[in-house]
Design a protein around this ligand. Structure first.
Ligand SMILES: NC(=O)c1ccc[n+]([C@@H]2O[C@H](COP(=O)([O-])OP(=O)(O)OC[C@H]3O[C@@H](n4cnc5c(N)ncnc54)[C@H](OP(=O)(O)O)[C@@H]3O)[C@@H](O)[C@H]2O)c1
Length: 251
């Protein structure tokens, strides 16, 4: 069965992406830690659209979990992989909860390296799409939350580099970066936990778009020939060529 994998599908952007891709006729494999939320989303989507939704519960910050999840995906033809699971933290670096920082790197960076590398190994010669969720913070350094933004720099740079390598080697697989700005979800709540700066003080309410609007932008990026989809200051989607500069490696 052809299906789209969506990580972090139990809330916010990942949940909205699940509805958007289902509405466009794609079967889904949805994953996160909260089985009850995933089961509700599965039931609701299958009652609305003629698609199948498979639930796989996984804590992707746990050592080896991304490898184990990928093994379960071998039962499907994964036409697109959307790595969206992630969280932030608005603490100053010297005040940050160390365990939270380590889990953030495990989820935002390590799992987001493991799943795409398995996927590229199996699908580089297929009409497959990898879509990784970075942030506008993956392209702009802010003076709070540097530990979070740098995970998103990694996502952006890694994905653009992968896109470039695939294109240079005439591979069929495509890799894309979605760089959201402030988007309504559970993100601000989790980013404000454990002594971090209250996110409500950082962004005015008017700065936010809905997760559903972002999911529509993500689908436009998915269908486009461009590599980067970045949400600009007017909350519009800008589709772009890779942004990071590349020097040709001498052969
Ligand atoms: N919202 C924004 O303003 C914004 C802006 C730029 C970028 N982003 C990025 O967008 C992505 C989605 O975030 P969101 O805004 O939708 O926030 P969210 O509502 O908090 O969603 C995060 C998702 O990740 C899952 N998740 C968290 N920890 C996990 C773990 N250890 N293992 C597996 N899944 C885990 C959560 O599910 P469970 O709790 O059920 O595991 C949830 O489904 C993140 O990568 C975030 O960095 C968000």
């Amino acid at each position: 069965m052809k299906a789209v994998l969506i990580t972090g599908a139990s809330s916010g952007i990942g949940k909205a992406l699940s509805y958007q891709f289902a509405a466009e006729g794609h079967n889904l494999v949805i994953t996160a830690r909260r089985q009850d939320e995933l089961d509700k989303i599965k039931q609701d989507i299958e009652s609305r659209y003629s698609v199948k939704v498979i639930v796989k519960v996984s804590d992707l910050a746990v050592d080896g979990a991304a490898d184990r999840l990928y093994e379960k995906l071998r039962a499907f033809d994964i036409e697109a992989m959307i790595n969206n699971a992630g969280f932030g933290d608005f603490a100053m670096p010297w005040e940050m909860d160390l365990a939270k920082a380590q889990t953030m790197v495990d989820l935002n960076v390590r799992a987001l390296t493991t799943l795409p590398l398995h996927y590229a190994r199996d699908y580089s010669d297929s009409e497959a799409t990898l879509l990784n969720v970075s942030s506008i913070g993956g392209y702009t350094q802010f003076d709070v939350a540097v530990t979070y933004w740098v995970t998103k720099f990694y996502v952006a740079s890694f994905t653009e580099g992968l896109a470039q390598s695939l294109a240079d080697q005439s591979k069929s697989m495509r890799a894309k970066v979605l760089a959201p700005g402030p988007t309504e979800s559970e993100f601000v709540t989790h980013s404000s936990e454990k002594g971090a700066i209250d996110g409500d003080d950082l962004f005015p309410e008017s700065a936010f778009i809905t997760a559903e609007q972002l999911a529509q932008y993500a689908y436009q990026l998915f269908e486009s020939d461009q590599v980067v989809g970045i949400i600009n200051g007017e909350n519009h989607l800008e589709l772009k060529e890779p942004i990071y500069p590349y020097a040709q490696v001498p052969h």
